[in-house]
Design a protein around this ligand. Structure first.
Ligand SMILES: [Ca+2]
Ligand SMILES: [Ca+2]
Length: 125
């Protein structure tokens, strides 16, 4: 990761060395609302999503957020409740259902169905 100051590199560092090809950066947002972007890693084989709260080029904390199952995937990180902290928008390509997770840093504080039948949460927080 390179921190840029205009056209110059102000600092750089290795955030995470991906040694298992199942892991990749899925998305980024600001999970804790400090104005600094954080990273969401996804494991394609296990469905585990892990958040990295970033402080410059170093993670200040990390934690598992969810284990996605079936056809569920993270569509985007948005701020649904306007608290400055990114929330997770889910979509299920099999059922066309859409859900959201309201996040407080790396913890799911609540979740709900935005679109689609049923209220049962098929994703384990
Ligand atoms: Ca942040
Ligand atoms: Ca939010």
């Amino acid at each position: 990761m390179y921190l840029m100051d205009g056209g110059s590199i102000s600092s750089h560092g290795q955030v995470y060395k991906i040694t298992n090809s199942s892991w990749s950066i899925d998305n980024y947002g600001d999970f804790n609302g400090d104005g600094k972007d954080d990273l969401l890693f996804q494991n394609a084989s296990s469905g585990i999503g892990t958040g990295y709260i970033m402080n410059g080029v170093s993670p200040s904390s990390t934690g598992k957020i969810y284990t996605a199952s079936g056809a569920w995937s993270v569509l985007d990180l948005l701020d649904f409740n306007g608290d400055g902290k990114s929330d997770i928008l889910w979509t299920n390509t099999g059922t066309n259902k859409t859900m959201d997770y309201i996040m407080n840093a790396l913890s799911v504080s609540s979740f709900g169905t935005i679109f689609g039948a049923g209220t049962k949460a098929p994703i384990n927080p």
